[in-house]
Design a protein around this ligand. Structure first.
Ligand code: SF4
Ligand code: SF4
Length: 454
């Protein structure tokens, strides 16, 4: 019987323990760790052959070459030494670690933002590679994201990983402010659902999801709910997440003396990066943990691993990590090549001369990143939440995450006839976005049945 892609399959080759789980193979030998995709020729590996009698080395290497893609074990001694060194470098103890403010949590500088992947094998590989921390959210993939994380962490010692999730409630997406329908009970109910999906009694960090206005950061029903959850032991630390008007949100969180962590968009493309930098510095000085996201500023991650030098991704992550007030960056990788690259970045986070030159060039390149400056809001005749629409557009064409784009689009409760009544569009965008054109393109996604978007 050939190996089924969806089930766990363990085997031993010589003294190497290996497993194939959902098309991902992991092997350990004397501290050497390797992983790769089990892609083709999967019926070359027979369950009985592999577990009962050891596979012939030549056959195994042939399978590796044709079917196991990135496998690099069972090599001559000299190459093994190189691998052992690499394995040692992969040890989280050898990754640069920073302390997340007053939480005291020490974590690798880059960990996994799970948002764009519900592949348990990739999430598992991130933990096995020593990333130690996973960031998800109640709303991601309508719950499938938390469920995938729950599947991976099931059975792992609770002190071997850190888990962050985010809970938010509907608000006016143009003003960013809650109304009375956003209640403490609704927030706590969502948290309980998240804990159930994750299979956990508590999360390490609970973020108040996606806030950018002072009034929202300080919205009492949600702060009360978070305080109750903390008291009940369901949450160790509380935070906010923000990717628009970040300085106001961060500084409000600092001054509230309530939150422990801020998760903020921060990248080399932000025109207001100096203000974000200053707000981050104040947060760190006040003892808050600072986590960076959107480090690539809208660069398509899909550039990774396609034979092109993935300068944007690498440079973006490194740029954020140059700021010592950022304690960790969550990277939204979706492939094993990207994971590999992020691990490599941690081995040398300095910007090379070439990367610095690229950075200079990239700043002026067109990107999908909406600055969230809100200069478009006043002139839109339908008062559409344009920054969110542009973010959904970036999810669609930058991240290639159709589900996230549709989820965000549907959460905005747009009118039926978006843009149809306008003869011309008076909206101007300093970033040069053809706003109406992008909305017309994006809005088609609203009519796609969600079950078509897995
Ligand atoms: S004006 Fe342009 S960059 Fe600014 S928020 Fe609107 S769409 Fe984004
Ligand atoms: S065309 Fe669309 S974006 Fe432009 S003003 Fe009209 S509703 Fe707003």
């Amino acid at each position: 019987m050939g190996v089924q892609a969806s089930r766990l399959f363990e085997f031993k080759f010589k003294k190497t323990r290996c497993k194939i789980d959902n098309r991902v193979t992991s092997c350990w030998e004397s501290g050497i760790y390797a992983y790769g995709r089990f892609a083709e020729n999967k019926d070359k590996i027979e369950e009985g052959d592999m577990s009962a009698k050891e596979m012939d080395r030549r056959e195994f290497l042939r399978s590796s070459a044709t079917g196991l893609g990135a496998f690099v074990f069972l090599l001559p001694a000299s190459q093994r030494a190189g691998l052992a060194k690499e394995a040692q470098q992969r040890d989280p103890k050898n990754y640069p670690q920073r302390v997340l403010g007053k939480t005291g949590i020490r974590l690798p500088a880059i960990t996994m933002g799970v948002m764009n992947s519900d592949n348990p094998s990739l999430i598992r590989a991130a933990l096995d590679a020593g990333m130690m921390h996973l960031d998800t959210a109640h709303a991601y993939m309508r719950g499938r994201n938390e469920e995938a994380v729950g599947e991976v962490i099931k059975g792992r010692p609770r002190d071997s990983f850190f888990l962050s999730t985010k809970v938010g409630l509907p608000k006016d997406e143009t003003t960013g402010i809650y109304d009375q329908s956003a209640t403490e009970a609704a927030f706590l109910s969502r948290l309980d659902i998240s804990l159930k999906r994750l299979g956990l009694d508590y999360v390490d960090i609970l973020y108040h999801h996606n806030v950018w206005k002072k009034e929202a950061v300080l919205y009492e029903p949600i702060m009360n709910a978070m305080a109750k959850a903390k008291k009940a032991g369901k949450v160790r630390f509380t935070g906010i997440s923000t990717h628009r008007n970040e300085p106001e949100a961060i500084l409000t969180a600092v001054d509230s003396h309530f939150y422990d962590v801020v998760l903020t968009a921060y990248n080399f493309r932000q025109k207001h990066q100096e203000e974000v930098k200053k707000a981050i510095a104040r947060a760190a000085e006040a003892g808050l943990g600072v986590v960076g996201m959107k480090a690539m500023g809208g660069s398509p991650q899909s550039n990774y691993g396609r034979g092109r030098e993935p300068e944007e991704a690498r440079v973006g992550l490194k740029w954020v990590l140059q700021d010592a007030n950022v304690h960790m960056v969550i990277a939204g990788f979706t492939t094993f090549d990207q994971l590999e690259m992020d691990v490599k970045i941690m081995q040398d986070m300095s910007l090379t001369k070439r990367e610095k030159a690229y950075l200079q060039k990239a700043i002026s390149m067109t990107s999908l990143y909406c600055q969230g400056c809100e200069k478009c809001l006043g002139s839109c005749l339908q008062k559409l939440p344009i920054p969110d629409l542009m973010r959904a557009y970036m999810y669609l064409y930058g991240y290639r995450n159709i589900g996230a784009a549709q989820d965000l689009l549907l959460s905005l409760h747009l009118p039926a006839n978006v843009c149809n009544d306008c003869e011309t569009c008076p909206v101007g965008c300093p970033s040069g976005f053809p706003v109406a054109k992008k909305i017309a393109d994006l809005i088609r996604l609203r009519d796609v049945p969600p079950e078509f978007i897995a």
